[in-house]
Design a protein around this ligand. Structure first.
Ligand SMILES: *[C@@H]1O[C@H](CO)[C@@H](O)[C@H](O)[C@H]1NC(C)=O
Ligand SMILES: *[C@@H]1O[C@H](CO)[C@@H](O)[C@H](O)[C@H]1NC(C)=O
Length: 369
């Protein structure tokens, strides 16, 4: 592509245009200006008529902006996106590497999931065997669940057999062996990890204390990208009690027709961490500030919440989400499933959203139906 562009530029520079041709070009230019002017005038006339129609009759405004059902719900077709988790024909089976990566996954569930899929790809890049990751128990939720509680561990190990070797635990003889500890540099590509693999020269085990280093998105081998997808969408299946519960929830929702699953990102820890206090009371803003100051592993302390919001770094408030969804054209009767944790301020703020969309449900109330 780049080569083509260069050729075209060279060509343009070396071609000279004969005089008569130049004349023909300029008259063509004039003609197109006239045509454009004509189109513009007609368009202006039509839009004026529409505007005055709206002024006369306020109801025609809503008709003008009415969005079809198909447009409102059409994204279920995924705009032509399709799964690409299958390995290419060049992909080879892994060897049984006798060197190991142990990982402590950090963050909330979503962050841990992406982190784990990155670590699977990293283990493949580094020709290492992955020990089943440990999940974060320190974060806001104080969740003591293990990998096995949340995910189907046997299925994870089995599904990745053609990609990397995954073991439940380090072999006995390595449990007390010295390990290299490595915080990976964020957004690194394959060259970085191949370089890091040198640490295996002196250690059989590399320990990774955080999994959120986010593997690069560009310039990775296609099969590594596909491996990430395979891990996220196939290997990381929830443990069967969670899977069963989730299916029940979805069936409940589907029995009501179409619904929106909404993650507001309006939880206490999120607002405290980002310093987003717009629309909250002074006491609430203070409570969030104190929480931020007392959470050691959050590095940013002094945040100007006005600047955060102006900069576009804050979630919409529940009320703004109501206004936004209504403006997109969703009718008031639309069912909304609140897929988030506990909303900060509880019903005081949630009721703002409920006034736009009364059919608002959470997992808890879905079960009491
Ligand atoms: C991993 O193994 C492959 C195939 O044996 C080899 O080409 C590659 O250089 C190895 N990479 C590392 C980081 O050891
Ligand atoms: C926060 O930022 C806003 C906008 O830049 C500014 O007007 C305000 O004085 C700042 N507040 C503090 C406490 O610094």
């Amino acid at each position: 592509m780049a080569g083509n562009g260069k050729d075209r530029r060279l060509h343009a520079r070396t071609t000279t245009t004969p005089a008569y041709f130049r004349f023909r070009r300029s008259s063509l230019f004039l003609l197109s200006i006239l045509v454009l002017l004509g189109i513009f005038t007609v368009a202006l006339f039509l839009s004026q008529r529409q505007i005055s129609a709206v002024d006369r009759d306020p109801f025609s405004r809503s008709q003008l902006f009415q969005v079809s059902e198909e447009k409102l719900w059409g994204s279920s077709l995924g705009y032509g996106y399709h799964p690409c988790a299958k390995p290419t024909s060049k992909y080879s089976a892994p060897e049984d590497w006798d060197r190991y990566i142990t990982v402590k996954s950090n963050g909330g569930l979503n962050q841990m999931r992406t982190g784990i899929s990155d670590m699977v790809a990293v283990a493949r890049l580094m020709n290492a065997t992955l020990v089943v990751p440990q999940l974060d128990k320190r974060s806001f939720w104080q969740d003591t669940s293990t990998f096995e509680d949340i995910f189907d561990e046997a299925y994870f190990i089995e599904t990745l057999k053609g990609d990397i070797r995954v073991v439940k635990e380090l072999p006995k003889e390595l449990e007390s062996a010295p390990r290299a500890r490595k915080h990976f540099t964020s957004w690194s590509g394959s060259a970085y990890y191949e370089e890091i693999a040198r640490l295996f020269k002196d250690n059989k085990v590399i320990h990774v204390p955080k999994s959120d280093s986010r593997l690069a998105n560009n310039d990775l081998p296609l099969d590594i990208q596909r491996l990430r997808c395979r891990t996220l969408y196939q290997a990381l299946r929830f443990a069967s009690p969670i899977e069963t519960l989730g299916k029940k929830l979805v069936a409940q929702l589907q029995s009501k027709g179409r619904y929106i699953a909404l993650h507001l990102r309006y939880e206490k820890d999120m607002l405290s961490f980002t310093g987003c206090t717009y629309g909250l009371t002074d006491q609430e803003a203070e409570e969030l500030k104190v929480m931020r100051e007392n959470t050691n592993h959050w590095k940013m302390k002094g945040i100007n919440s006005t600047e955060q919001r102006i900069g576009g770094f804050c979630p919409l408030t529940p009320k703004e989400v109501g206004i936004f969804l209504q403006a997109l054209g969703y009718p008031k009767s639309t069912w909304i499933y609140l897929a988030a944790g506990e909303i900060y301020g509880g019903d005081a703020y949630l009721s703002d959203l409920r006034s736009y969309f009364p059919n608002l449900v959470t997992k808890v109330c879905l079960f009491s139906f």
